[in-house]
Design a protein around this ligand. Structure first.
Ligand SMILES: O=C(O)CCC(=O)N[C@@H](CCC(=O)O)C(=O)O
Ligand code: ZN
Length: 336
């Protein structure tokens, strides 16, 4: 296998490769761009015009998605997977991956869309670099742009695999992309309805990609991901990479559950209290009238929405950040 196929090994060791560019026997060019960043380019005659950004390890302890990208890269470097798409592989937070931590000083996935400019430290620098790498990758005109930012969650979930679809004023969510996600094993999609500071929102809003955060199961250390079944996603990614994806009907979305954001729960102070058991699962339903959270100055978050559920509850986030998302079921009426 070509040495550049071992991007994960290089990243874990904090090493730069001696050779920055390598060609497979099929003429696929692999180019190391920076720590945890590698571009794959098919020969011109085979290029089908898709630019695919695959990122993982934005949170360093979410290893199943990192292992998935590692397998795809190995397959490409061995010549077993023959790309027709141009691909950018990114391991988001190398220092946190080496330490097996969600982040070192601050969450990289709260530093996009300009937020890194108001901050400092290794994660702010990395968010800036990731924006630059993504912007440069998605700068070629006339090509399709697709970004999957792969994650696993802190807690268990009543719906194991789901996507978050960013929002931009005047842009409609795509039914075709949702059908593609369904075929990739996603059981639900959260349709966002306001701007955000996560990586997928940056590539959606600023770079015109179809972009998604994908949640694939529960976060575990390297080598302990047998419980995270990514086989449907892995198959679909291989088909997207090789340009032989079966065209799927996208009228009914095949049971894909759709949700929208009712409210984001923001932690404003150290007095913030979240009234949920520590082991509550994502997508747990909350009864009307339930006092979900309390904060300074008698602020109370009371459930007023029929069918409300909670995802990503986390009272330990820094003040000013999202400590959970209240979601409600929605329909497919607004899809393009
Ligand atoms: O389990 C959790 O609480 C967080 C899992 C995770 O890292 N999720 C992403 C979602 C990004 C998005 O909103 O699109 C995150 O919180 O950064
Ligand atoms: Zn994550």
């Amino acid at each position: 296998m070509l040495a550049l196929g071992k991007l994960l090994e290089l990243t874990l060791a904090g090493r730069e490769p001696a050779e920055k560019t390598q060609l497979t026997v099929e003429g696929v060019r692999m180019r190391w761009l920076s720590e945890g960043a590698l571009e794959v380019r098919p020969p011109e005659a085979r290029d089908n015009g898709l630019d695919l950004l695959l990122s993982a390890g934005i949170h360093g302890n979410e290893t199943a998605p990192i292992e998935l990208l590692d397998r795809l890269l190995h397959d490409i470097a061995r010549g077993d997977l023959k790309p027709r798409a141009r691909i950018l592989f990114l391991f988001g937070n190398p220092e946190a991956i080496r330490k097996g931590e969600r982040f070192i000083e601050q969450d990289v996935n709260r530093l996009f869309n300009g937020r890194h400019e108001q901050s400092s430290g290794c994660e702010a620098l990395r968010a800036c670099e990731l924006e630059r790498l993504a912007a440069s990758f998605f700068s070629l005109p006339g090509r399709q742009r697709l970004h999957y930012d792969l994650h696993t969650a802190i807690r268990g979930s009543k719906i194991e695999q789901f996507a978050l679809y960013p929002w931009k004023e005047g842009r409609q969510h795509s039914r075709r992309e949702l059908a593609r996600l369904r075929a990739a094993g996603m059981e639900a999609v959260l349709l966002q309805n306001k701007p955000s500071i996560v990586f997928s929102s940056y590539t959606y809003d600023k770079l015109g990609a179809e972009s998604f955060t994908l949640e694939l199961g529960k976060a575990r250390p390297f080598g302990q991901n047998a419980g995270v079944n990514v086989s449907l996603l892995e198959n679909r990614l291989k088909q997207i990479i090789e340009g032989n994806e079966p065209e799927q009907a996208h009228e009914g979305l095949d049971g894909l559950q759709l949700f929208s954001v009712a409210r984001e729960i923001i932690k404003h102070s150290d007095a913030f209290r979240l009234n949920l058991p520590a082991d509550i699962e994502n997508f747990s339903e909350l009864d009307m009238g339930y006092v979900l959270a309390e904060d300074l100055a008698n602020t109370r978050w009371i459930i007023e929405e029929q069918g409300a559920r909670i995802i990503f509850p986390n009272p330990k986030v820094k003040n000013g950040l999202r400590a959970g998302i209240l979601i409600v079921p929605t329909t497919d009426d607004q899809l393009a």
